[in-house]
Design a protein around this ligand. Structure first.
Ligand code: ZN
Length: 434
């Protein structure tokens, strides 16, 4: 099957230009100058033509941090891989990187050989996912040898638990205390500690879901010194805050319990994160998609915030929410593509198969309509959640058409994919390391 995507504006990490994109089977065969002889002959020979007039043609989104079906706090994240990846497709994301292994140190080498090239460690959640400094340091030493990327959840979980116990003992059990007890300095401290450990081990380190100015400062400082230190942030830390969301009346704040927590609007975390995205101290936007329903799940913590399952679902909305950053003047169109697709591909060993519109790449393509609008709501989303953390947010753009490996998944407001369309991706090593 050959498909020609005509009359669109192709946007890549490095620029935008009018171009026709020829897809042959599962890959991109050519990017052609509109009106050229080559474009005309491609149009004559194509079995299918998709008109992209007025639309941006961008590489499919890559969400490098999701948790489908994650066991947490006596329940499971509410999206299965099937439901979650379908919701992702609705939102223009065609690739996810999930965390499925409980790897022992000795397994890291064989996993790297099987195409699992990044490993997430937790400085938070003592007694659950927590690794102590010795375990972290040893894993970093292994990563320094085999080229894997260590992804770090940097919060001082030991200190957080002290404040959590003290708050609960005082009867401060509402969701907002989840945020108040997870002090931003605890994220800054853990970030710095992980950087120092990584430098001694000689390993790169990638900070997941960075939320606080204190942590961003440590990352920026290390990067200024030339170290292989990278970080991502997530839409919830750009759009949502401690007071209005985690502190929502009644138990509604439970829907915003995630870790690190949403930060106060009275400091400058949100503005700093947007700036970090511009300066590349934050290289990537992922979602840390980890959905739970209010009913039967978030409700587990009605009497104690510490029992609320941690996580927010957002895999469906990342491309829209960060595109809105373009509309708001926070990012360029090219930087949107870079932070949401191209850099995730390069960081996690999927480039140039993914993350770019170029001959030979997988035909994962999104047509994005800047003249249409999207209203985010529980009534219209496709995730398995009974609320939306982004309820009522209006986006000045819309995912129009989504193609994955040459197959049209979303078109004319309908889903055309099928169970089993997805495939496991063997990943190589990060291309950012020298
Ligand atoms: Zn996570």
């Amino acid at each position: 099957m050959t498909t020609l995507i005509q009359n669109g504006t192709v946007v890549t990490a490095t620029g935008r230009h009018a171009a026709d994109v020829l897809v042959d089977g599962t890959t991109i065969a050519a990017v052609l100058m509109p009106g050229s002889d080559a474009a005309a002959s491609a149009a004559a020979g194509a079995e299918r033509i998709i008109d992209a007039t007025g639309k941006y043609v961008v590489p499919g989104g890559i969400d490098c941090h999701t948790h489908m079906e994650l066991p947490f706090g006596g329940t499971f994240a509410s999206d299965t891989f099937e439901i979650g990846t379908r919701a992702a497709a609705w939102g223009g994301t065609t690739t996810i990187i999930d965390f499925v292994d409980d790897a022992a140190l000795k397994e890291m080498d064989s996993l790297v050989n099987e195409g699992i090239t990044s490993f997430k460690l937790f400085m938070a959640y003592p007694g659950v996912f927590y690794s102590d400094d010795a375990q972290i340091f040893r894993a970093m030493q292994v990563a320094a040898d085999n080229g894997a990327m260590i992804c770090m959840h940097a919060e001082n979980g030991i200190a957080i638990d002290v404040l959590g116990e003290q708050a609960a003992a005082r009867g401060q059990t509402d969701p907002i205390y989840h945020g108040i007890t997870r002090h931003p300095r605890f994220e800054g401290e853990a970030t710095n500690r992980a950087i120092q450990l990584a430098l001694v081990a000689g390993a790169p380190v990638y900070f997941v879901h960075l939320s606080a100015s204190e942590a961003l400062e440590r990352v920026a400082e290390a990067r200024d010194q030339g170290h292989n230190v990278f970080a991502e942030t997530c839409p919830q830390y750009l759009y949502l805050n401690l007071e209005d969301h985690l502190g929502a009346p009644g138990f509604a704040g439970a829907g915003y319990v995630c870790s690190p927590p949403l930060r106060t609007k009275h400091e400058h975390h949100h503005a700093d994160l947007w700036q970090g995205l511009r300066t590349n101290d934050l290289a990537i936007v992922s979602t840390d998609h980890c959905p739970f329903c209010m009913k039967d799940q978030k409700e587990l913590g009605r009497d104690d915030f510490r029992a609320i399952p941690n996580g927010i679902g957002g895999v469906e909305h990342r491309m829209d929410l960060i595109y809105q950053g373009v509309v708001m003047g926070e990012l360029t169109l090219e930087r949107w593509v870079e932070t949401c697709s191209t850099t995730p591909a390069r960081m996690f060993g999927l480039y140039p198969q993914k993350g770019v519109i170029a001959p030979g790449a997988d035909a994962d393509i999104v047509l994005y309509d800047p003249d249409a609008t999207t209203r985010i709501s529980v009534d219209t989303h496709h995730m398995s959640m009974d609320y939306s953390a982004y309820e009522g947010i209006d986006i000045d753009g819309k995912v129009d058409t989504v193609i994955s490996k040459g197959k049209v998944l979303i078109q004319d407001g309908a889903y055309h994919g099928a169970k089993g369309d997805g495939a496991y991706l063997r990943r190589g090593l990060s291309t950012y390391l020298t």
